[in-house]
Ligand binder design. Sequence first.
Ligand code: ATP
Ligand code: MG
Length: 449
Amino acid sequence: MVLHLPSDALDILRELNAAGYAAYAVGGCVRDALMGREPKDVDICTSATPEEMKRVFAASHVVETGLKHGTLTVVRRHVPYEVTTFRLDGGYTDHRHPDSVRFVSDVREDLARRDFTVNAMAWNPEEGLVDAFGGQADLAAGLLRCVGDPVTRFTEDALRVMRALRFAAVYGFRIEDKTAEAARKMAPGILEVAAERVRVELAKLLCGPHAGDILRAYADIITLLIPELKPCLGFDQRNPHHRYDVWEHTVRAVENAPATETLRLTMLLHDAGKPETFTVDEDGVGHFYGHAKRSGEIAERVAERFRLDNATRDRVLLLVRHHDDFLHSEPKQMLRELNRVGEEAVRQLIEVRRADALATGTVDPAEVSAVCGALLRALEDTLASQACFSLKQLAVSGRDLIAAGMRPGPALGDTLEALLQAVMDGRVENDREKLLEMAKQRIADTARA
Ligand code: ATP
Ligand code: MG
């Protein structure tokens, strides 16, 4: 069997062979290549020890990142290839990190420590596929199955539970029954795993083409990580604008959003505040006044829990808090919106609006498309008009005002902001002289007051 791998990866295999060591491409790249997908990166495993690898690649550009764990990174044409000595993991007393690693000489032992059968295959041009656990058959059947006893494997490392959901969401695999049962049982272990690692798997899960199916089928595991979402399950909205309960609406909103971590996380959390803000009016219709604000508070807690970086956290919070604001396509309103949140966030708010509306199950998708299309066109027109909506675009800067005799300080910032508002309202042109004039006037007025 021939797998299509980059020629640099094949060279690395050959160089190890030439020095007398066994070497294989392994893991994700073999899985992806067998599925006819372009592998993201090629990992290589070998019988050579770290010291032996260093000798083989003495003339190559290498990075000694994980030598203790047996990994040497070989860089070819700016692409890093992780080359790792065949190894066994020792015990897992903390359910997270192997207590030790032991180097071994047989690739089959190395494959046995890997998480799922589809990830436990190795390949090289001479031997072809090494598939000790039926990975190829599972791949053909679209089944995700643990290597070995699932309860043991999830107990060793509970991140594997998240990885199972992630691979299922990305590739559309069905999780084999025993593996699924063990995943549910051992899921509480995820709470012990470093939040940063869980976040990476959650983001990949949410961005998978089959994320919706996984959110539905494994809502118990998702709400273990984010208990704030639990009240959404089955929550009847009693509102004619909504066909689905809050959770089903949420899942559909995730599915309808572009596959970025920020947007998918936003949709996952956008209505989390609904159950707590639910009221029923005299006609028996349900309302959720203030739910966006409440969802924002929940999102803040979740962002903290998963240790999101500040940029992602701030954007998710902004989008959740404003997901229900009315967006206008009139140029003046669009300018206000651009001023308030910036171009990228306006684009995202339009996507949030689209995903949210489509997920109600009560509006015509063609209509949603028309409304969002109009918003996007208004945005493009406003941007193309070069209309001013930020201090950056203003024809005077703080430096100009200081040069004109103003003192630095908070009042200076207020003046610039007032000038920007005046330009946006059309009260003054975005012209240096006119703005300086207005600034002087304003300072004189403030001094008199
Ligand atoms: P991706 O395409 O997202 O990189 P991948 O399968 O390559 O997917 P990695 O996280 O890069 O995933 O890991 C590489 C390989 O290492 C996996 O295919 C698997 O064989 C093994 N592996 C990774 N994480 C674990 C784990 N927590 N437990 C057991 N084996 C693991
Ligand atoms: Mg990988």
